[in-house]
Every structure is written in structure tokens, then in C-alpha cells.
Design a protein around this ligand. Structure first.
Ligand SMILES: [Zn+2]
Length: 123
């Protein structure tokens, strides 16, 4: 599985991975690919339980945590991050990153950010 596979619509991998999200209404998946398009890591959004106020960890934040464990910050740059959202009606839908996540990714030098659209395409 690489970026090109997903761009060509081979999304079985993504559909499987996104089920790790425990958020019912909108499941998000963020996938990091190396410069050559090969898969590096993926993470989903998560609802954090056990707090008086529930809060959710965005998929992009979870992905950065994962990347920090496996890669030095200065080597984040050439990565491509694809953000996908799976709707309750079982289709890919708009997953543009929120301002905070966009800023977070850019802080780590990730400027190639792709996401699914309302039409289920990737932009
Ligand atoms: Zn976000």
C-alpha cells in the first residue's frame, strides 16, 4: 500500500485502519507517506475518556505523536500527509484539517497535505 494506490481508489487499507477510531460520528485517519510515496505511519482521531469533559485527539495530532516516536523532527519535511474522513453513511467525506492541525503539521515542516472531499475525492 502506497500513496498512489490510495489515489487510484484502493482504499481497503484506509477503511480498515479508520475503524480504530472510537469517535462515532466522524472517524478521521491521517496517513504519512515518505517522499517516494511509501507508507510510513497512520493514526486516527480518538475520544479520550476518563475526563469530566470528554475531548478528542485529532488524527493529525495522534499522527505527530507517532512520528515523533519513529522519526527525528528535522526529517519530517518531505512527508506527505493524507487526511481522510469516513462518514456515518459509510462514505469518504470532507476532511480538511482544522486550523490548529494545519499549523501543527506545518510546524513539523509538513507542507504537502492532502484530504478527502465531500465528493469522496482526494485534493
Ligand atoms: Zn484538527
Amino acid at each position: 500500500m502506497n500513496l498512489n494506490d490510495i489515489l487510484k481508489g484502493k482504499t481497503t487499507f484506509a477503511r480498515r485502519k479508520i475503524l480504530w477510531s472510537n469517535v462515532k460520528k466522524s472517524k478521521h485517519l491521517a496517513i504519512a507517506f515518505r517522499k517516494n510515496g511509501s507508507f510510513l505511519a497512520s493514526a486516527t482521531n480518538q475520544l479520550i475518556q476518563g475526563h469530566k469533559d470528554k475531548f478528542s485527539l485529532h488524527a493529525e495530532e495522534a499522527l505527530i505523536f507517532k512520528l515523533k516516536k519513529i522519526k527525528a523532527k528535522e526529517r519530517f519535511g518531505p512527508l506527505t500527509v493524507l487526511i481522510m474522513r469516513w462518514s456515518p453513511s459509510a462514505k469518504w467525506t470532507l476532511s480538511r484539517p482544522c486550523k490548529a492541525c494545519q499549523k501543527l503539521l506545518e510546524e513539523y515542516g509538513i507542507h504537502t497535505i492532502l484530504f478527502t472531499t465531500n465528493e469522496g475525492n482526494i485534493t
